[in-house]
Design a protein around this ligand. Structure first.
Ligand code: ZN
Length: 225
């Protein structure tokens, strides 16, 4: 489905995801960091395209691994069709999993997850998982499913869960204040999120996980893009 990739504000994502035709409903959210690109390497849409091209051309996947990518400025980029299984963690992928990549290297001493980017992370989790669906099992860090440090050793799951609970408590106020999406904009986001993707596309499964520490070929590729 992707590209083209559509850039959403937090308020746009919350509205688009709240009314999206989920099939099936997501029951888990998987949180990742990209490691590379890190904050300094993020250049906007070209960075999203670079990840897409690497996942498709080098890893041989059907699309970019993630459903959305969250940029350092809090921008939320569309990715693969939201109703397709992600390429998140080997043995843990299914169509009921929503996967996002937080752009950055959040291992201790590297980039810091804060401000608009942290707000976007919290809003994505809190929108995909309702208050009744949120718990320590439905939000999963990549490092709970593999030996990777992802989403970074400086990110604490209890802190994220607390912030998502606060987001749920404030959600009614947040949506009241948001500018409603125009039908055109809603259609554009729905299309980029694969609302019209064929059954054949949605049934495709990709085996593997995003590149991580030690993958010097990938590191050099991202550095060039
Ligand atoms: Zn990961």
């Amino acid at each position: 489905m992707a590209p083209p990739f559509v850039q959403m504000s937090i308020a746009e994502f919350v509205q688009a995801a709240s009314s999206f035709a989920w099939s099936p409903q997501k029951t888990q959210v998987h949180m990742h960091h990209t490691w590379r690109p890190n904050h300094a390497q993020y250049k906007g849409v070209s960075t999203i395209k670079a990840m897409h091209d690497y996942h498709v051309n080098t890893n041989g996947w059907s699309d970019i691994a993630q459903h959305v990518s969250i940029a350092p400025d809090g921008t939320i980029w569309t990715g693969r069709p939201w109703n397709q299984s992600p390429a998140s963690a080997a043995g843990h992928n299914s169509r009921s999993v929503f996967m996002f990549e937080t752009i950055g290297d959040f291992d201790a001493g590297r980039d810091v997850l804060r401000a608009a980017q942290l707000q976007a992370v919290v809003a994505v989790i809190g929108t995909v998982l309702s208050p009744g669906a949120l718990n320590a099992q439905s939000l999963r860090f990549h490092n709970e499913m593999s030996s990777k440090s992802c989403p970074g050793t400086s990110v604490r799951k209890d802190d994220i869960l607390d912030l998502v609970r606060q987001f749920h408590d404030a959600a009614a106020t947040l949506t009241q204040d948001a500018e409603p999406l125009s039908p055109e904009r809603r259609g554009e986001i729905d299309e980029a999120a694969g609302v019209n993707a064929s059954t054949e596309v949605l049934d495709r499964e990709d085996v593997g996980e995003h590149p991580d520490h030690g993958d010097t070929e990938y590191e050099a590729f991202i550095e060039r893009h």
